[in-house]
Each structure stands twice: as structure tokens, then as C-alpha cells.
Write a protein that binds this ligand. Structure first.
Ligand code: SAM
Length: 319
């Protein structure tokens, strides 16, 4: 079965990108009164403790959400310019004194709602972020297949006493989530956030998106994906772009790189993988408000979450 557990990765740079985009997207979609249905095809456990065993073991949040919460260093030596850092720095400087971009401030305020005493001991996953923002008449459909995470998700959601607003399904999100499309109000956001631990996840995202668009062409679709040296990962945004363009739908593609993807040598001479260096979000039918928000937020995220001089970002849209 699956070995991926999101608890090891909660609050890392990929979550920061994904959840910043998710919140900015939802904020816009929730401006209209008509009910919204959110389908989270790969929900995870819903809520994580950053001071718990899993997060402590990996320490990934330390280079993600926790960096954004840390007060800025009093004096900061400018990074020696590598090619990518240079291009990010051009758009960022003088970032240390600049106020936080609206989308980042909003993300931090949502995380703050779960941590009234400050910090980020509790990190909400996508199900809790979405539920926190939804109104009573909106709906949330959560898919999670991992037996342990599905149980935890069930228990976490039960505490919300949200009744019929939230459905937790221990089903294959790729296999059956399209049954909720289109929803009766004909307004939906679908988040596709698989773990990509099996290569076929890339193709399944594409198949799912194609089927979903066919059933419900005006839904908003958001796909998170890892940027790693693997042909399927490289091809995914390109194929999503082709799909959206052929369907005549607008799209937006945002990426955040925090470090080089090159193998590094350990002191004993072995080579080491660097861990996830970058990730992207691809949206079909994005809100028109998203691009300007990300144009302001991504340079700051690239600077604040940089782990080496290769940190950078990109933002592109079409349709
Ligand atoms: N969306 C969550 C968030 O932002 O907090 C994180 C989700 S995590 C990256 C991916 C989850 O998908 C894992 O918990 C994994 O067990 C689950 N999963 C993997 N394959 C699945 C499938 N076919 N259907 C539903 N869930 C699946």
C-alpha cells in the first residue's frame, strides 16, 4: 500500500505554495453568494501537529511556514548573486523591509486562526483550511485512501460537527470524485494533490482533469505537482496547458523553487538527493484576481524560503 504520509511534510515549502494559492482562490470564489462545492481528491489527515513526532522527524516545516513566521533578521547580507537568485532578487529587493504581500499575509492569518497563541504548533491541511473558509451552505467532499490517514481524517472532521456539509470518502479520488461534478449550484473548486509516489499518478491527474472538464467545463481545477528530475513531472504542466488551451479555458501556472535539484556529495563521498527542491500549482479557470496576488507573493516566497542561490519562481497564464 502507500508509504507517503503527509504528516512528515506538513507546512513545508510545497504546502506554503499550495495553501497560499488555495486560500487566494477560495477567497475569490466565496465572494459570490451561490453555494460552492469543494472536492479535495487527496485530502490527507486534515490537521497536523508541527511539534509532533512526524513533523519533528522531518523538520520540513522549519524551512516552510516556520520561516515565514520568524521575525526578519535585523541585518541581512545580500546573497551573492547566482543566476536564479539574481532574477528573483531583482523583483524582490528591498524585501526585508517590504510589507508582506497580501496573499502571504492572508495565508498566515488563516494559519494564525488555528494557533490563537501564536506560532504554528497546529498546521491545517487542505480539508481544514477549506472548511474554515466555507460558509454553512457550501459543501466539502474529501477523498483519502490511506487507511490510517483516512481514520485520522474522519476523527478530525467529526470534531467539527459539520454534519452533512462535509463528506469523507475512503475512496480513490481519481476513480470516483467526478461523480460530484457538476454540483447542483454549478460552482466548484477541485483540488488535486496526490503524493505522486507512484509514477502513474501523473497520467491519472491528466485523465481525471480531462474527464472533469468534460463533465463540468466551468469548474475551477487546481493541481499541485512536484518539480523533480523526472519526465512525467516535467510534462505534466505542459500537458495541462495543452488541455486547457484546447478546451478554450484560461489557465495559470505558478512555481516556487527553494534550492537546486542537483545531487550533493556527503563528507563520506556518497551522493545525496536534496529533498523536494520545487513545486508548482496549475489552475484551469483560475480566478482573475489570482495572478496579481501571486505576482506580489511569489518573489517574497522565493526570497524567504530560499535554501540556496537557486531559489526562484515563475508565473505564467493564458487563455
Ligand atoms: N491535500 C492535503 C493537504 O494539502 O493538506 C495533502 C494530501 S497528500 C499530498 C496526498 C494524500 O493522498 C495522502 O494522504 C495519500 O494517502 C492520499 N492518496 C494517495 N492516493 C490516493 C487516491 N488514489 N485517492 C485518494 N487519496 C489518495
Amino acid at each position: 500500500m502507500f508509504s507517503y504520509r503527509h504528516a512528515f511534510h506538513a507546512g513545508n515549502h510545497a504546502d506554503v505554495l499550495k495553501h497560499t494559492v488555495l486560500i487566494a482562490t477560495l477567497d475569490h470564489l466565496l465572494e459570490k453568494e451561490a453555494a460552492l462545492t469543494v472536492v479535495d481528491t487527496h485530502a490527507g489527515a486534515g490537521l497536523y501537529r508541527l511539534d509532533g513526532d512526524y513533523a519533528d522527524t522531518s523538520g520540513e516545516a522549519a524551512n516552510g511556514i516556520l520561516r515565514l513566521l520568524a521575525p526578519p533578521a535585523p541585518s541581512k547580507e545580500p546573497a551573492a548573486p547566482g543566476p536564479a537568485a539574481k532574477s528573483a532578487a531583482k523583483k524582490v529587493a528591498p524585501e526585508a523591509e517590504a510589507p508582506l504581500a497580501d496573499a502571504i499575509a492572508r495565508y498566515l492569518s488563516v494559519i494564525g486562526d488555528f494557533n490563537p497563541k501564536g506560532g504554528a504548533r497546529v498546521y491545517p491541511g487542505s480539508p481544514f483550511i477549506v472548511q474554515h473558509l466555507l460558509r454553512d451552505h457550501d459543501k466539502l467532499k474529501l477523498f483519502e485512501l490511506h487507511p490510517t490517514d483516512a481514520r485520522t481524517l474522519d476523527a478530525n472532521i467529526a470534531q467539527l460537527e459539520a454534519g452533512r456539509q462535509i463528506a469523507v470518502l475512503r475512496e480513490d479520488g481519481f476513480g470516483s470524485a467526478t461523480k460530484f461534478l457538476p454540483p447542483p449550484s454549478r460552482r466548484a473548486l477541485v483540488l488535486m494533490d496526490p503524493s505522486y509516489e507512484i509514477k502513474s499518478d501523473y497520467a491519472r491527474v491528466l485523465d481525471f482533469a480531462a474527464e472533469a472538464l468534460k463533465r463540468f467545463a466551468t469548474g475551477t481545477y487546481a493541481v499541485w505537482y512536484p518539480i523533480i528530475p523526472r519526465p512525467e513531472a516535467h510534462d505534466l504542466p505542459r500537458r495541462l496547458k495543452t488541455m486547457a488551451t484546447k478546451a478554450g479555458k484560461p489557465w495559470l501556472h505558478a512555481t516556487l523553487t527553494v534550492k537546486s535539484s542537483k545531487l550533493t556529495a556527503t563528507p563520506t563521498g556518497e551522493t545525496k538527493r536534496p529533498g523536494l527542491p520545487a513545486s508548482g500549482m496549475f489552475l484551469i479557470n483560475p480566478p482573475y484576481t489570482l495572478k496579481p496576488l501571486l505576482a506580489a507573493a511569489l518573489p517574497q516566497l522565493a526570497e524567504k524560503l530560499a535554501q540556496d542561490r537557486n531559489a526562484t519562481f515563475s508565473l505564467d497564464s493564458g487563455g
